[in-house]
Design a protein around this ligand. Sequence first.
Ligand SMILES: C=C(O[C@@H]1C=C(C(=O)O)C=C[C@H]1O)C(=O)O
Length: 283
Amino acid sequence: MSVVVGEISYTNILPFFYYLDREELHKRHCTFIPQVPAQLNKGMSEGVIDIGGISSFAYATNANSYSLLPNLSVTSYGAVNSIFLISKKPLMELNGSKIALTSSSATSVHLLKIILEHFHSFTIECKMMKPNLAMMLQDYDACLLIGDDAIVAKREVGHLYHFYDLGELWYKQTGYSMTFAVFAVRNETLQKHSSIVGYVYRSFLESKRKSEIDQYEQMIDDIVLTHGGERLFWNTYFQNLCNDFGEREQEGLIYYYQLLYKLGYLPSPVTSLNIWDVTRTLE
Ligand SMILES: C=C(O[C@@H]1C=C(C(=O)O)C=C[C@H]1O)C(=O)O
């Protein structure tokens, strides 16, 4: 019986995965599924994936079945630099427009709705699509891209369209951080395999610590080879992200959930987070 670890297939999650001792984890019956967030969210809700990074939105729709791993997240205080509304017109002219949303995301698509429908009182027509910029902008006024798709779009056509960073728009309006990804574990898995979960959790923490200690240098060497881009860009990108999940980050997330519920995007309110009590594992 293995424990299946979901691995978001974007560079932003790398600090938690780069230094994992995968051989040791395999010996402990862990397997990995690399996928975009929407697929991982689905896998976890169906019980195919046990633990790993998911959209913070997906936690809110399964809060009774999941526990959150403390101190791990993908959060930004302001610009996140990889989640963009890419628009043919200025933001303030988007009322009544048609927007294509990446099918890879759950958190950001809802964040965009909060920003446009709630903060700006716009009416918008949205359609989920595969993340392909050219196809999306063919019939739509704007589109939402996340992760590496968004990074590449900014690099390649940043001068052709208006780019709006959702982390920045959220922060300016609310003063809160925005947590895009959380690390969750299914409560069922926690009950059956608490010592493996403990090991996986400590491995994530250790990878994050090592990444921070060497200022992401070694990881960035690899990213430049696999994804291109300038070292300076990646350096600023990772320095700018917050990978913690303490009280302040949790406060921002709860506020996001509060607005989601108010706008009808959550079936029931999520006013507190079920954070796993690490001290209860033995190993
Ligand atoms: C920062 C990012 O956050 C991602 C955005 C997610 C979402 O919108 O559902 C989910 C996981 C995160 O890895 C990004 O993709 O750029």
